[in-house]
Design a protein around this ligand. Structure first.
Ligand code: WTA
Length: 663
């Protein structure tokens, strides 16, 4: 479905059989009483149950201040510190308990007890303070999956300095954009990290992001991955600070956590949107932390005795909410792995699961499809035993679901598909695992207190079971919702609210959050999310905007114009195909094809590389001058072409198809 074109589509997906949650799981579940839905039916007071999982310096006055929709204030008047909630408050009972269990790619281990975490967070907070970081300064982090990343996040939170972590796979230009947008004065990076057997030089990305002087950074704090600095790392005098040296100076320092207003910013997370500029989703402290703590306990069903592994990267929202903040807020043991799942062998994930006795495992459908392709023989040597298996980030195909259930879950674990977004902060659609039957390919029902609906283009609700997909919306705010887009309230309104809200109203009931996904609801009320309806694609669970890719591609000197469309891919979900128009007189060549692929790898990151590069002579423009990427998507996927009447020249798509097939 493409926005503003067809508003609804037929989506009669074959119904799947139900699977009952295993009784052993139900017997131990944190939530096994359906009365939870009634409690959360008291809106918004039901959400206090999540807030009560935290320690507050001052209790809130109002649960929800919705007087200025869609700028919502949760737990208004309350005060708390996120670092205190994730670390200090566990010391009484859990000082020796492992908080973070880190596995480096080369195989070394760090078991970081809550007491160690307390020490390391305090000492790094002291280092941040020593370079001048104070409350409300935005600190950009560009860190891979090393313990220093959650430590840095919690140290920032301790000081009341919002962090903005940029996924380590992003390269210099993407980092520079995010630094500039957040107007960040501080950058924290590391010399290198291990990936697929290589010790990568990571800091050079920061160096080149800062090279042209367009970003104004006072201080770059540099962690070291090994005892010795990476051989290629250069330190710039007056700007770069070696964290190891500073930590020595601040050994034993303790800093009181700064008491923050519930609505003070905890972090920014940049995400792709429909225009080239990434959007800084801004999350507050009280509502966000309550929501991720509550969902970690009720949905991921984490108990103090569990070893929980979310095999995702902290550089994306999943890792923020469900590796760091949610699990640590409830005193869990959370596993972090630095490297690739196939290094040094394809059984690596299961080897780690056995080594640490992981009992709750969380990953993406892309990873499941990959494990399935590699074959179950890579699992067989390992003795792992999961009770709870989660997926997030993309639609889960029933076939992959069954494989996960059978071969990873040994038919004795619950499988929990979760739908949410960077903007929603935490999971908003998913079955509470002990309370509903599982259905392969379905994300399930609304989480307690959440009110999704599916609307047609005119804003009318589509009935469950009608077999028609429409826009997925959320009709009531919830505590995890983003506060706004950083310094861009207008874009916040236009991206999420304008389409279905009465924007003149100051009654929150007239405001509807639009998720940019299409979905269909079965007669049993279960939702199935089909995918994005905007120009954002989902590559291996990573959100990528077409515009970001296109702006990179047109940097190739021979390229005149470019458009990118998602092609379905058996493992990655989608890959971007690039349609490229060359400048007059330039012949297409393998060199240009490589240049196109390289520029995307360099400007954005390897994970964003185009699958096919198609040289064409024209792109399909509408009469209003917009590229109709939907038609390119149909060509890439070898589907029949849909309506072309709004095109400037309706013969263009067929012409492109011929050029592509001839190429
Ligand atoms: C997609 C990741 C189908 C969706 C937490 C959404 C899903 C985007 C699912 C957000 C799911 C996420 N089934 N699609 N269970 N979960 N998506 O911001 O298109 O990186 O809008 O947040 O991923 O991606 P984001």
């Amino acid at each position: 479905m493409s926005e503003n074109e067809s508003d609804t589509i037929e989506a009669r997906l074959p119904e799947q059989e139900y699977y009952r949650p295993p009784p052993a799981f139900v017997g131990q579940a944190n939530v096994s009483d359906p009365a939870i839905y009634e409690r959360f039916g008291e809106y918004p007071e039901g959400f206090e149950e999540y807030a009560q999982l935290l320690d507050w310096d001052d209790h809130w006055d109002t649960v929800l201040d919705a007087s200025d929709p869609p700028f919502y204030h949760w737990f208004n008047g309350g005060r708390l510190n996120a670092s205190y909630n994730c670390v200090d408050r566990h010391l009484d009972s859990y000082a020796d308990k492992t908080a973070l269990l880190w596995e480096g790619e080369p195989g070394e281990t760090q078991r970081i007890a809550y007491q160690d975490l307390y020490r390391r967070v305090n000492e790094f907070a002291a280092v941040l303070r020593s370079v001048g970081v104070t409350e409300d300064d935005i600190v950009t982090l560009h860190l891979p999956m090393v313990p220093e990343l959650p430590i840095a996040m919690l140290a920032c939170a301790r000081l009341g300095a919002p962090h903005s972590e940029v996924f380590a796979g992003f390269t210099a230009p993407a980092l520079a954009d995010r630094l500039a947008d957040a107007n960040s004065q501080y950058l924290v990076t590391i010399d290198g990290y291990h990936r697929r057997g290589e010790f990568l030089d990571h800091k050079r990305k920061a160096d080149s992001a800062l090279e042209d002087g367009s970003v104004d950074i006072d201080t770059v704090l540099v962690f070291t991955r090994e005892d010795e600095l990476h051989p290629d790392t250069k330190m710039e005098d007056g700007r770069d600070v070696l964290v190891a040296d500073r930590l020595d100076e601040h050994r034993g320092d303790r800093l009181d956590p700064i008491s923050r207003d519930a609505e003070d910013v905890l972090f920014l997370m940049y995400t792709s949107g429909t225009t080239g500029r990434p959007k800084g989703a801004q999350h507050g402290t009280g509502g966000y932390l309550s929501y991720v703590a509550g969902t970690s306990k009720y949905l991921f069903d984490i108990h103090p005795t569990d070893t929980y592994w979310c095999f995702a990267d902290i550089g994306w929202i999943t890792g923020h909410s469900y590796i760091v903040y949610g699990p640590l807020a409830i005193g869990a043991t959370s596993v972090l792995y630095e490297g690739a799942p196939d290094h040094p062998h394809r059984g690596r994930v299961w080897e780690i699961a056995e080594k640490y006795n992981v009992d709750i495992f969380h990953t993406s459908p892309t990873a499941v499809r990959m494990f399935m392709k590699w074959g179950e023989e890579h699992l067989q040597p390992y003795d792992f035993n999961f009770k709870h298996l989660t997926t997030v980030g993309e639609p889960m195909q029933p076939e992959a679901w069954r494989w996960y259930y059978e071969h990873v879950g040994n038919e004795s674990a619950v499988i929990v598909d979760t739908w949410w977004q960077t903007e929603t902060g935490g999971v908003v659609i998913s079955n509470l695992p002990a309370l509903a039957d599982m259905k392969p390919g379905s994300v399930g029902q609304a989480m307690p207190g959440i009110s999704p609906a599916i609307l047609d283009g005119a804003g009318n609700e589509i009935e469950p079971g009608s077999g028609t997909a429409g826009y997925l919306v959320l009709e009531r705010p919830w505590p995890g919702i983003l506060q706004t887009l950083y310094e861009d309230d207008d874009r916040y309104l236009s991206e999420y609210w304008k389409k279905f809200s009465d924007t003149d109203s100051d009654d929150w009931r007239d405001w509807v959050y639009r998720a940019s996904d299409s979905a269909v609801q079965a007669a049993d009320g279960y939702y199935r999310v089909l995918g994005r309806i905007d120009d954002v694609m989902n590559v291996a669970g990573h959100r990528l905007g077409s515009m970001e890719l296109e702006s990179a591609i047109v940097e190739v000197p021979e390229v005149a114009e470019a458009a990118v469309a998602p092609r379905d891919h058996p493992e990655k979900g989608q890959v971007p195909d690039a349609y490229v128009v060359l400048k007059e007189g330039v012949e297409s060549s393998e060199e240009i094809r490589s240049e196109v692929i390289d520029v995307v790898s360099e400007d954005i990151g390897k994970f964003a590389r185009p699958g096919n590069v198609e040289f064409v002579t024209v792109l399909p423009y509408t009469r209003s001058g917009k590229i109709m990427r939907r038609l390119l998507e149909e060509i890439s996927n070898d589907r029949e072409l849909s309506d072309t009447t709004t095109l400037e020249d309706s013969s263009v798509p067929e012409e492109i198809r011929k050029q592509v097939q001839g190429s």
